[in-house]
Each structure stands twice: as C-alpha cells, then as structure tokens.
Design a protein around this ligand. Structure first.
Ligand SMILES: Cc1cc2nc3c(=O)[nH]c(=O)nc-3n(C[C@H](O)[C@H](O)[C@H](O)COP(=O)(O)OP(=O)(O)OC[C@H]3O[C@@H](n4cnc5c(N)ncnc54)[C@H](O)[C@@H]3O)c2cc1C
Length: 459
C-alpha cells in the first residue's frame, strides 16, 4: 500500500524505559508526521467525523488549515469549539467517536488520526500563546460546583461571554479526574494546570477546599448567584462485595490513583505513601483499571488484571490496552473474583472462577456466567478494585429538592436544567461515569442555556 495512504503511528517511548517513571508515554506527532497525516484528510463535504464529536469541533476545517501550512489558523478553529483540546487529544476514546465516522476507516490505511492531530495543534497553540477572545465582563454571576471537565468547559464559555464565574472545588487542586484520576504518564499535570490558569486569566475565581453541601450549601449559592452549575462527577467507588474485601491491601482504584497522582504517594517523602506491593491484582477493564494497573507497574509490581468478560468487551481505550500489554500487565480474562484471601488481616491472594459468555445483558454486552468447579487462586499482596463509580450523595443529602435517579445521578434535561429553577447540572454527576468529552459537551450546553436565561432576564 502507498505510504501516503497509511495512517501515521504516533511515536511512543519504549515500554522497558517508561515503566520506570511517570513521564508521558506518547510523544505526539513531529511537524513532518502531523503534516503527512493532515494530508490524508479528504476534507469531506459532509464531514461525518463531526457527528462523532460531542463538542462539535470543525474537524476538516482545522485539519485543512494545518495541511495548508497555517497551524495558527488551525489552532484558532480548534480553540473556538473545544476549551480543552490538549486534554482531549490525549485522552478521548477517538476510535469510538470522531475517528469511528471517518470515511477513511473503511478504506485503505484506516481513519485519519484526528486525536493525534488535535493534540499537535493544541500543543502548538499553547506554545505560541494563542487564545480565544473574551467579551467584557458584565454584572451577571454564576457559581460552578466542581472543577472537572464539565465545570471547566461551562465556566470557560460563561467567562468568555462576560459572566462573572466563581468555582467551588472540594479538593485542594482544580481539575477533577484530570488531576486526581488520570495519571501523569497519560496526561501531564502541567497541561491541566495550563487550562486552569487560562480560566483564571479570564477572571474566573477558583475556590478550593470547599465541599458544597457541607462548607457552603446549594441554597446559599442559589440565593447569591444568578444561576448555579453542578459538575460534581461520580467519585464514589463501587466494590466487589465478596468475603475478604475489608482486608488490609484492598483499595479502590480511586483511592490508589488519588494518592499517587494528587498526593504524590510514589515519592518516599509523601505524607501519605502507598505500600510498594510485589504482586498486584486489579479487578476491572475500563480506563480506570488500566490506569491503576499501569501505575502499580511503575511502582515496581508484577500486575495481573482480572476481567470477567473477554478482550472484545473491555471498555478501556484501545491504546491504553495496547500500552498496558506492552508494559507487561498480565490479563486474566473471562475470570471473576469470588473471595479475597488473607492472613493476619492482610491480603495474600484472590480466589477466582472462570467465566463463559452467554446472551447479551442490559448493557448490550454478552453476560458472563461462572464455569462450575473452575475456581483457582491468584497469589497477590494487593487488590485494586476498579468496578465503576457513582455520584457522591453529599449534595443530594444537603438539598433533597434536587431530583435524582435511584442510581444517585442528577435528573437533568439535554441543556442541563434540573428540577430546581436556576440549577443546572452536567457531566458524570448526570450520566454516571462516562468520558471527558461527554462531560465537556454537557458543560457547554448548560453554559449556552444559562446565557439564554440570563439574556431573557436582561442580565
Ligand atoms: C482514572 C480515570 C481514568 C479515566 N480515563 C479517561 C480517558 O482516558 N478518557 C476519557 O474520556 N475519560 C476518562 N475517564 C472519565 C472522565 O475522566 C470523566 O468522565 C470526567 O472527568 C467527568 O467529568 P466531570 O466534570 O463530570 O467530573 P470530575 O472530573 O469527576 O470532576 C468533579 C469534580 O467535582 C468535585 N466535587 C465533587 N463533589 C463536590 C462538592 N460537593 N463540592 C465541591 N466540589 C465537589 C470533585 O472533587 C471533582 O474535582 C477516566 C476516569 C478516571 C477516574
């Protein structure tokens, strides 16, 4: 096949080097590779790729500017649609979004590497200090709860439209999962800090260490501001509910990743270090499980990832699964834990059962069924559980008027309007654990709805 038809691979650091540190794995395109990949875009009249982007980035336009040798113009197009392109270019599951709809996907060479081009243009914009213009500030003021991608997008769009925005964050650092969950080797924290700084430059006031529902109440915010947006995510971990789960050495992936990422627990001088285990079993197969497994590997452990379905059903991004395999993570597929084993209160192993796949269940994926008599033990001194998360109930408990579903997610329409006037919500707190780009799309739609409401009220 002709070289110019083939998708250009993104260079990455070798596995044997990267498992010893937390530096970024993917190196991104060089100028030459970016130009060559941009030249593969067919600039379709009916760009199907855009249908796969929840924030509606004008993909063919930014790629054509790049191909024409004008990366500054490409950056302006990208930044006008996407508040966090350097983040999306690194962590979006493009194979299930924009790249899934690229017409090249079914042709020779595969889809255009839209995510890698987005990252390239976003990094160019940051290096050159290219920014989107903002309107002059008016009197309207909006409170934004949480500082994850839903809230960051909502706040950016409001601030650019001239609204005074105050953000309230429970943790000591802004960024949500982008700082406490996704590890440095996939998303360097200075990139998130750069986005947060841009918001501050737009005049957004970010107040950390404030738990809304405890330190400040939602009623108070609704009384003090013209509108409130809630983007509190889904940070409450689910567990296995099997015997032995309370043994020392069993952690939720959220706790493990928060301690390592946000509290630098990999450093011996950390006030809250994590123990350096020799053999770690990670349960789950989403992005969170991959991140936990790859983090444990970097802390020196042999890691086994246990998942009850097969590789085809693994929900993590394809690139993360490939990188995890390259880094020596062992996959025990069609396997489910039934008990965590221990001695003297500490984990010594995990009893598992083999599974087979039956008919599809409510999730559309084939239902895993235990194979009778197939139990076996995995020796390990740590078990990290990454089985999904739900919204934290603090907000609802302090403000029962807010309608929620039985799963604890906030009830909101497509524009984020909740059961309470003036109160909007979006991101994982509404959908349950999902993706960065879906959270951003929700934040942007709420910002638009809030701006329309403010306009109607003459503010
Ligand atoms: C480890 C991990 C890896 C992931 N990898 C990917 C990936 O590769 N690609 C992808 O697209 N998605 C990934 N995701 C999912 C993605 O990060 C989330 O879908 C996204 O961050 C949701 O954004 P959000 O703004 O709704 O909430 P969050 O990012 O969860 O942010 C919510 C914020 O609200 C704060 N908060 C909560 N309650 C309160 C309160 N009462 N008062 C004040 N503040 C509060 C929290 O501290 C947090 O900072 C990953 C998730 C995890 C955990």
């Amino acid at each position: 096949m002709r070289g110019d038809l083939m998708r250009h691979a993104v260079p990455a650091r070798p596995a044997e080097e990267r498992i010893h540190d937390f530096c970024e794995v993917s190196l991104g395109y060089t100028d030459e590779l970016a130009l060559a990949e941009a030249a593969r875009c067919l600039n379709c009249k009916n760009p199907l790729c855009m249908q796969g982007c929840p924030v509606g980035v004008h993909i063919p336009l930014f790629i054509s500017k790049l191909r024409d040798g004008d990366p500054d113009a490409a950056a302006e197009v990208l930044l006008s649609d996407n508040n966090l392109p350097a983040v999306c270019g690194r962590v979006c599951p493009q194979e299930n979004q924009c790249e899934k709809f690229c017409v090249r996907r079914e042709k020779a060479g595969g889809s255009v590497a839209i995510g890698a081009l987005e990252r390239y243009v976003a990094d160019h914009a940051a290096a050159k200090g290219i920014k989107v213009a903002a309107a002059e500030r008016g009197d309207a003021k909006v409170a934004v709860v949480g500082t994850g991608p839903a809230s960051l997008s909502c706040a950016a769009d409001l601030a650019r439209a001239g609204v005074r925005v105050v953000m309230f964050e429970a943790l000591h650092k802004a960024g949500g999962v982008l700082v406490y969950g996704i590890p440095e080797f996939r998303l360097p924290k200075d990139i998130v800090a750069r986005e947060v700084k841009k918001l501050c430059e737009l005049g957004v006031d970010i107040r950390t260490n404030i738990v809304v529902g405890k330190t400040v109440l939602l009623d108070e915010l609704l009384a003090d501001y013209d509108a409130v947006f809630v983007g509190t995510g889904a940070g409450l971990p689910s567990f296995l509910h099997v015997k032995g789960e309370n043994l020392s050495g069993v952690l939720s992936a959220n706790e493990f990743l928060t301690r390592v990422n946000l509290m630098k627990a990999y450093s011996a001088s950390s006030a809250t270090p994590v123990s350096r285990s020799k053999n770690v079993a990670v349960v789950g197969a989403g992005n969170v499980a991959m991140d936990a497994a790859r983090t444990a590997r970097r802390l020196g452990a042999e890691v086994t990832l246990v998942y009850r379905r097969s590789r085809a059903e693994m929900p993590a991004r394809a690139e993360e699964i490939e990188h995890a395999a390259e880094e020596g993570i062992k996959f025990e597929l069609l396997t489910n834990p039934v008990e965590i084993l221990g001695e003297n209160g500490a984990v010594t192993g995990m009893r598992c059962v083999r599974m087979s796949l039956g008919e599809p269940d409510a999730s559309g994926r084939r239902r895993p069924l235990p194979v009778e008599g197939s139990e076996f033990d995995i020796a390990c001194d740590e078990v990290i559980v990454a089985l999904g998360t739900t919204p934290n109930p603090i907000l609802k408990r302090s403000f029962p008027e807010l309608a929620t579903t039985p799963k604890g997610t906030i009830v909101a329409d497509e524009n984020g309007k909740t059961s309470v006037k003036g109160l909007y919500a979006g991101g994982d707190s509404v959908t349950g654990a999902a993706t960065v780009i879906l959270a951003m799309g929700a934040g942007k739609r709420s910002a638009r709805a809030i701006l329309e409401e403010l306009k109607k009220e003459g503010k």
